[in-house]
Ligand binder design. Structure first.
Ligand code: BES
Ligand code: ZN
Length: 867
C-alpha cells in the first residue's frame, strides 16, 4: 500500500525551466551499463536572484559523477562545481548544492553520470532475442510515464518541454534510432561510431527515445503537405518479411491525420520499431514509435485477422498521439486521459475511415466499451480527471477508464457537436496549443468557441464524477415518456451504501430525436411512442425499461426490426441490471432466449461474456450442468449455422463469429465441436489449421484431454512454445498450457510462467489465464502468495503488470478470500495495484451477494427449463 508520504505532491520546484539538452550516451551492450554526459540549458526565475544555491533534478538509479554550472557574471563566464550531491530515493531526485548563489539568467548545467541498461522494461533497458540459437541484445528506452530519469538526470515532468540534441556512441555494426535523423556519423575508437541526431522539436522528456541494435528495415518515402517523409519499419534480423502490413497502415494513417488535423507532421522520418521485450502494446515516442512484436508484425500465413486488426488499431493509436499528446501535451498526468482517451477515439475514427467494412466502432462497442462500463460501475472506479502524485499512482490510471470511457465520452461529444464543428474545434485546439501544454478545460473551451454550445458544463459531468448514469424509462402515455437518472452500480452492496446524488448532462438519441437530459427526472413529449432509448448505443449509459416497453422491444427483436447495436445494448444492460440487483437474474435469462436467431458477431460476443460472467458465479453449484445445457441451447441455432471453413463470401466479422461460437460451445461441452477440434489438431501437420482458429483448437484440445494423456500433451505444447520464434503463435501455445483440468499440470504451467523460458512481458497473461480456469483458481491464488517475492522482483517497480496479474482475483465469490487477501496485502506491498485491489474486494463482495440473492431463482428456472 502507498503510504501517505508517497502521496504528497512531488513536483519539482518550478523556478527552474530546461530549454535545451545536449545529451551524449555510450551504452555498453555486453556489460549492460552506460556512461553519459549532458549539458542542460536552464532558465532561472528572476525572483530567485541572489538566492539560488541548489538545484533539484529528477534522477533514479543513476550515479552522478560531477556537476558544474556555467553562467555569465559581469559579462564573464563563471564556473562552479557542485560541492555536494544528495539523492532522495523516495522522490526520485538528486540535489546539487553550490557554494555561491547562481544568477537568475540562462545557465548551463554540465553533468557526468553513469547508469545501468536494466532488465525491467523501463528507463534505458535491454531486450534479448535469439538468432540461430545465439543470444543477442538490443538496448531501448521506455520513458513514459516517469522513467526518463533512469537514463539521464532531467526535469522529468510533461510540462517541461525542451529541445533535445542526442548523440550516441555505438558499435560500428549496429544501428541507432532516435526521434530525429542522424545529421553526422563519425568513426570512433575501437570499432565504435558516434552518431549525432538532429535537434528534436520542443517536447516532453517522456517522448524521447533511443534504440540501439542490429536491425533490418523497410522504407517508403511519401509526401506530407509537400514535404518528404520517410516511413520505416524496423525489426530484429529475420523478421522483416512481417513488416509490410505495418508499413502500409502507417502510411495510410499518417496521411489521414495530416489531412484531418490540418497540421503537417513536423519530422522528416516516422520510424516504427518492433522490440522483443516490451511492457505495454506500443509507445508513441515522437518519430520513433516502439511496439511489442505482436502489435506490429504480421505474417501472411500465420497471423489471425484479429491480429491484423489489432496492429492497425495500435498504429493508428500511436500515430494519433504524434499530434494529440506529442505536439500538444497534458500539463500533468491528471489530464492523462486527454492523451489516451483521445488517441483511443482517433484509433477507431481513423481505421473506420480507412477500412469501413471492418466496422471497428461496433467491435469497440462489444469490446473495450463494455469493459469500461463494467469497471466504471464500481464504487472504486475513478473520475476521468484525477489527482495523481507518485509514479505508482500515475501508472495506475493508464486504465480502461482513461482509455475507453475517455474515448466513449469524446465520441458522445462528437455526435452532439456534429462532424464539422468537432473537427474544427480540434484543429483550433491543436493549433492554438502546439508545442505547449494543456488541461482538459482548454479542449472544452476550443469546442465551445467553435460550436457555441455549453460543452464545458456538459462534459464536466462526465470527467469530474466517477461512474455513469442508469436511465430508467417508462411511457406514461403514448406521447409522454419519463426518463429518470441515477448512478449505476454493478454491486448491489455499493448501491445500497451510496450516498452521493449524481447527475449527468446526457445527450441521448431515441426515435429520431436528440435531447439533452439534464434533470434528475425528465419528461419527454413525442408524436410517436418511444421504445428504444440510446439508439445506436452512442451515450455512455445503461437503460432500464418498464415491463411493457421491454415487451415491445422483444417483439421488435423477434420481427428483426431492431438494429444490431440496439439489440446488443438491450441484452447487455439486462444482464448488468441482474448483476446489480435491479432486476431478478431470471428476467435476463428469459429475455436471452429471444436471441436464439441472432446472427451478428458483436451481439453474440456480448451474450457470451454475459452468460460467462454468470457461469463464473454458479460454477460450483449443483445445477452447473443444467446451466451448461441452457448455454448450449441458447447457442444451438447459430452453432448449426456455423461451419469450420471460411466461406468464399463472408463479412469481416464472420471470421470472429466463427471463432467465438466454436470457443463458446467447445467450452460448454458441445461434443461435435470438441471432436472436430481434436481431429484438426491431429492432422495439423498435413493440413495446417486456419490461423484464425488455432487458439480455439489448441484450447479445446488441452481442456478436454483425459488425465492419462494430459502430461504428454502439456510437454508437446511446452516444446512448441520453446521452439517457436513468431510471437503470436508462441502466445497461443502459452495460453493452451493454461486450459488443462489437471491441477498438477496447471501447477507446472505456473512454474513455467516464472521460469527463464518465458519473457517477463508474457508471464502475467499466462498466470492470469490459469487463474481464470476454474480448476486453477485456488491453486493460482496460493501460487501467487507463495511466489510473491519473485513476482515483486520481476514486476515490483510499478507499471501495469501487478494489476494485470491480480485481476482474476475479482472472479472469486467467497467473502473469505477478501479477508485473506487483505491480510496478505497488509504484510506485502503491491506497487501500482492499490486501486485494483480495492476494486477486487468490492467485486468479490458483489459476486457473493449476487449468488446469495439469486441462487434459488436461478436453480428453479434451470430446473424448469433445462433439467
Ligand atoms: N502511451 C501509451 C503507452 C504507455 C502505456 C506508456 C502505459 C506508459 C504507460 C500508448 O500510447 C498506448 O496507449 N498503447 C496502448 C495501445 C492502444 C491501442 C490501446 C497499449 O499499449 O495497450
Ligand atoms: Zn496511447
Amino acid at each position: 500500500m502507498l503510504n501517505e508520504k508517497k502521496k504528497k505532491s512531488i513536483y519539482l520546484p518550478s523556478h527552474i525551466k530546461p530549454i535545451k539538452y545536449d545529451l551524449l550516451l555510450k551504452p555498453d551492450l555486453d556489460a549492460f551499463i552506460f556512461t553519459g554526459k549532458e549539458t542542460i540549458e536552464i532558465q532561472i526565475d528572476k525572483k530567485y536572484e541572489g538566492k539560488l544555491k541548489k538545484i533539484i533534478i529528477h534522477s533514479k538509479d543513476i550515479d552522478i559523477e560531477t556537476v558544474k554550472i556555467v553562467y555569465k557574471k559581469n559579462n564573464k563566464n563563471e564556473t562552479q562545481f557542485s560541492e555536494r550531491i544528495t539523492y532522495n530515493i523516495e522522490n526520485e531526485t538528486a540535489t546539487f548544492y553550490f557554494k555561491n548563489s547562481i544568477p537568475s539568467d540562462k545557465c548551463k548545467l554540465y553533468i557526468v553520470f553513469s547508469g545501468i541498461i536494466n532488465n525491467s522494461l523501463r528507463g534505458f533497458y535491454r531486450s534479448q532475442y535469439k538468432i540461430n540459437g545465439k543470444t543477442k541484445y538490443l538496448a531501448t528506452t521506455q520513458f513514459e510515464a516517469t522513467d526518463a530519469r533512469r537514463a539521464f538526470p532531467c526535469f522529468d515532468e510533461p510540462k517541461h518541454k525542451a529541445v533535445f540534441n542526442v548523440k550516441l556512441i555505438i558499435p560500428g555494426t549496429h544501428t541507432a534510432i532516435s526521434n530525429t535523423l542522424p545529421i553526422q556519423i563519425k568513426k570512433h575508437k575501437f570499432g565504435y561510431k558516434i552518431i549525432k541526431f538532429a535537434p528534436t522539436p520542443k517536447m516532453s522528456t517522456y517522448l524521447l527515445a533511443f534504440i540501439i541494435g542490429d536491425f533490418e528495415w523497410i522504407e517508403k518515402k511519401i509526401k506530407l503537405s509537400g514535404k518528404d517523409v520517410s516511413v520505416r519499419i524496423f525489426t530484429t534480423k529475420g523478421k522483416i518479411h512481417q513488416a509490410k502490413f505495418a508499413l502500409d497502415i502507417a502510411i495510410k494513417s499518417i496521411k489521414f491525420y495530416n489531412k484531418y488535423f490540418d497540421i503537417s507532421y513536423p519530422l522528416p522520418t516516422l520510424d516504427l520499431i518492433a522490440i522483443p521485450d516490451f511492457e505495454s502494446g506500443a509507445m508513441e515516442n515522437w518519430g520513433a514509435v516502439t511496439f511489442r512484436e505482436t502489435a506490429l508484425l504480421i505474417d501472411e500465413e500465420n497471423s489471425s485477422l484479429s491480429s491484423r486488426q489489432w496492429v492497425a488499431i495500435v498504429i493508428a493509436h500511436e500515430l494519433a498521439h504524434q499530434w494529440f499528446g506529442n505536439l500538444v501535451t497534458m500539463q500533468w498526468w491528471t489530464d492523462l486521459w486527454l492523451n489516451e482517451g483521445f488517441a483511443s477515439y482517433m484509433e477507431n475514427f481513423c481505421i473506420n475511415s480507412l477500412f469501413p467494412k471492418w466496422n471497428v466502432w461496433d467491435l469497440n462497442l462489444a469490446g473495450r466499451y463494455t469493459l469500461a462500463l463494467h469497471l466504471d460501475s464500481l464504487n472504486n472506479s475513478h473520475p476521468i480527471e484525477i489527482k495523481v502524485n507518485h509514479p505508482d499512482e500515475i501508472n495506475e490510471i493508464f486504465d480502461i477508464v482513461s482509455y475507453a470511457k475517455g474515448s466513449a465520452i469524446i465520441r458522445m461529444l462528437a455526435e452532439y457537436l456534429g462532424k464539422e464543428k468537432f473537427r474544427n474545434g480540434l484543429r483550433f485546439y491543436l493549433k492554438k496549443h502546439s508545442y505547449k501544454n494543456t488541461k482538459t478545460i482548454d479542449l472544452w473551451e476550443a469546442f465551445e468557441k467553435i460550436s457555441k454550445k455549453p460543452v464545458k458544463k456538459i462534459m464536466n459531468t462526465w470527467t469530474k464524477q466517477t461512474g455513469y448514469p442508469l436511465v430508467t424509462f417508462s411511457n406514461l402515455n403514448p406521447n409522454l415518456g419519463i426518463m429518470e437518472q441515477e448512478r449505476f452500480f454493478s454491486s448491489r452492496i455499493s448501491r445500497k451504501e451510496n450516498k452521493i446524488n449524481n447527475k449527468w448532462d446526457i445527450p441521448i438519441l431515441f426515435n429520431n430525436q436528440k435531447v439533452l437530459l439534464n434533470k434528475k427526472i425528465n419528461k419527454i413529449y413525442t408524436k410517436e411512442k418511444i421504445l428504444k432509448i440510446n439508439k445506436g448505443e452512442r451515450s455512455f449509459v445503461r437503460v432500464k425499461y418498464s415491463n411493457d416497453v421491454l415487451d415491445g422491444l422483444r417483439k421488435q427483436i423477434q420481427l428483426g426490426m431492431l438494429p444490431t447495436n440496439d439489440r446488443l445494448g438491450i441484452i447487455r444492460d439486462l444482464f448488468a441490471l441482474a448483476e446489480g440487483g435491479y432486476i431478478p437474474t431470471t428476467t435476463a435469462l428469459d429475455f436471452s432466449l429471444f436471441y436464439k436467431d441472432e446472427t451478428e458477431y458483436i451481439v453474440w460476443s456480448e451474450i457470451a461474456s454475459s452468460v460467462n460472467r454468470l457461469y463464473n458465479i454458479i460454477s460450483n453449484e449443483k445445477f452447473e450442468e443444467n446451466y451448461k445445457k441452457y448455454v448450449l441451447d441458447l447457442f444451438s441455432i447459430i452453432t448449426k449455422n456455423i461451419i469450420w471453413t471460411k466461406k468464399s463470401k463472408e463479412k469481416h466479422s464472420d471470421v470472429f463469429l466463427r471463432k467465438l461460437i466454436l470457443s463458446q460451445v467447445g467450452f460448454y461441452g458441445d461434443k461435435n465441436t470438441i471432436k472436430k477440434a481434436q481431429i484438426l489438431f491431429k492432422k495439423r501437420n498435413k493440413s495446417p489449421i486456419d490461423a484464425n482458429l488455432r487458439s480455439t483448437v489448441y484450447n479445446i484440445v488441452s481442456r478436454t484431454i483425459d488425465n492419462t494423456n494430459s502430461y504428454k500433451l502439456w510437454k508437446q505444447f511446452h516444446k512448441l512454445y520453446l521452439d517457436e520464434n513468431m510471437h503470436e503463435e508462441k502466445e497461443r501455445y502459452g495460453i493452451a498450457l493454461t486450459k488443462f483440468k489437471n491441477k498438477k499440470i496447471l501447477k507446472k504451467t505456473l512454474d513455467f510462467a516464472l521460469s527463464i523460458d518465458v519473457r517477463h512481458q508474457d508471464a502475467p497473461s499466462i498466470i492470469a489465464n490459469v487463474w481464470q480456469n476454474r480448476y486453477g483458481r485456488e491453486l493460482t491464488w496460493k501460487f501467487i502468495q507463495n511466489n510473491w517475492n519473485i513476482i515483486l522482483k520481476y514486476y515490483g517497480e510499478g507499471g501495469h503488470f501487478l494489476s494485470k496479474l491480480l485481476n482474476p482475483l475479482r472472479n472469486h465469490i467467497n467473502k473469505k478470500d477478501v479477508i485473506s487477501a487483505k491480510k496478505f496485502f497488509k504484510k506485502n506491498i503491491a506497487p501500482g495495484a492499490d486501486r485494483t485491489l480495492k476494486q477486487i474486494y468490492e467485486k468479490i463482495y458483489s459476486n457473493s451477494a449476487w449468488l446469495k440473492d439469486d441462487k434459488k431463482i436461478i436453480e428453479k428456472w434451470l430446473n424448469k427449463n433445462y433439467k
